[in-house]
Design a protein around this ligand. Structure first.
Ligand SMILES: [Mn+2]
Length: 381
């Protein structure tokens, strides 16, 4: 079930629209008391349990302070009791990625930042640190909201900085970081950072910070994805043919016929807008490599599914990603085209992650959702 909604309290003179206009991708912003009475529902024991799983991405970073400079040690998950015990001592940080994929009750926090489109969202990472813990000064290529969930963390940031990296470090850390500003965050406060702002967060007490992170694919990543998308089912062995070839006045002319046929050979790979839209939807909802869905052991028949969908409603699985565009819905890297009425319900499902009981549902919708139910992407409530 969906947990209760969480309301973001903007400072005077600011709202989501103004935030986007003045800050998003431009200027850092500190908001104090953004979530009054915010309760961190993820104790360290819960995070430690997640970090022990092989379908969860986690790291443990230890900050070793030495006379000749700081060192960092990184252990990658799944993490055992021995690694996790380091959190009982100072200067350690446990990072758990994709917490929203496994813990449905963090969803209200993501929803509170729902004014940023889902296509831009990456995940919720939780960083649980012992006093002194931090991952060191660094720069990210992505926007992030750093929400203080428990304890206090001191953030030091700089817009202008020396970008020389520390040598021989297991993380990309700035060698000579000097802060321009610093902010002490308490539970319910958040700091927004656009890409390219150097930052260093150090835990003052045992503390937890929730990072609501965003994705911004690079041209290279998109190209790679697009090429493998069009390569799927591509007929490589087909060859240029021109049984109807006619003599040209200029033999050196690269003819229209040649250009068109060469383009025809490439077919799907020659840029096609509709196809590219389908690719993007599938690409952006593609589950991360370690995510697994649990198909129902004994799925009900499609008839029963349709009936129960009307009576009980359905909900997306916690790890499911869903987007839509025009007449297409995208779920976990797959896509379906739907007629208008089915599409309206699909849009509601994508935005609210659930469909309430309804007197009737379009057959095309039931058909599509049934397939995804069988894959474990959604469930009956
Ligand atoms: Mn960062």
């Amino acid at each position: 079930m969906t947990a209760t909604a969480l309301e973001l309290h903007w400072p005077r003179g600011l709202d989501a629209a103004r935030f986007l206009q003045r800050h998003w991708q431009k200027e850092p912003l500190l908001v104090r008391g953004a979530f009054p009475g915010f309760r961190d529902g993820l104790p360290r024991s819960r995070l430690a349990a997640l970090a022990g799983r092989d379908d969860v991405e986690s790291r443990l970073v230890s900050h070793v302070r030495r006379r000749d400079g700081d060192r960092y040690r990184v252990d990658h998950g799944p993490l055992g009791q021995r690694s996790l015990a380091r959190l009982d001592r100072p200067d350690a940080t446990l990072l758990v990625q994709g917490v929203n994929l496994h813990v449905p009750k963090v969803q209200p926090v993501l929803d509170a930042f729902g004014f940023i489109p889902l296509a831009r969202r990456d995940d919720l990472m939780v960083s649980d640190a012992s006093p002194g813990g931090g991952v060191g000064p660094h720069v990210d290529a992505y926007d992030v909201f750093l929400l203080q969930a428990r304890g206090r963390r001191l953030w030091r940031i700089a817009r202008n900085f020396d970008d020389t990296l520390l040598e021989d470090a297991p993380l990309k850390l700035l060698a000579a970081f000097e802060a321009e500003d610093e902010f002490l965050l308490e539970p319910g406060d958040f700091l927004y950072l656009p890409p390219g702002v150097a930052h260093d967060g150090v835990a003052l007490d045992a503390c937890a910070t929730w990072s609501i992170g965003f994705r911004a694919p690079s041209a290279g990543e998109l190209l790679q994805g697009w090429l493998s998308f069009v390569e799927d089912g591509f007929e490589r062995d087909e060859r240029y043919a021109d049984p109807d070839l006619q003599a040209q006045r200029s033999g050196a002319w690269l003819s229209d016929q040649f250009v068109e046929r060469a383009r025809g050979l490439l077919g799907r790979a020659a840029f096609d807008r509709r196809l590219f839209e389908r690719f993007l939807g599938e690409y952006l909802t593609e589950p991360k490599p370690h995510v697994r869905f649990h198909a129902p052991a004994r799925p009900v028949s499609i008839g029963t599914f349709g009936m129960r969908m009307q009576r009980q409603g359905i909900a997306l699985a916690t790890a499911t990603a869903m987007l839509h565009r025009a007449d297409q819905v995208f779920m976990n890297g797959e896509s379906r085209r739907l007629p208008a009425e089915a599409m309206r319900a699909a849009v509601t499902l994508a935005d609210r992650r659930a469909l309430e009981p309804a007197s009737r549902h379009d057959a095309a919708l039931v058909d599509a959702l049934y397939d995804w139910y069988c894959s474990g992407y959604l469930c009956l409530r």
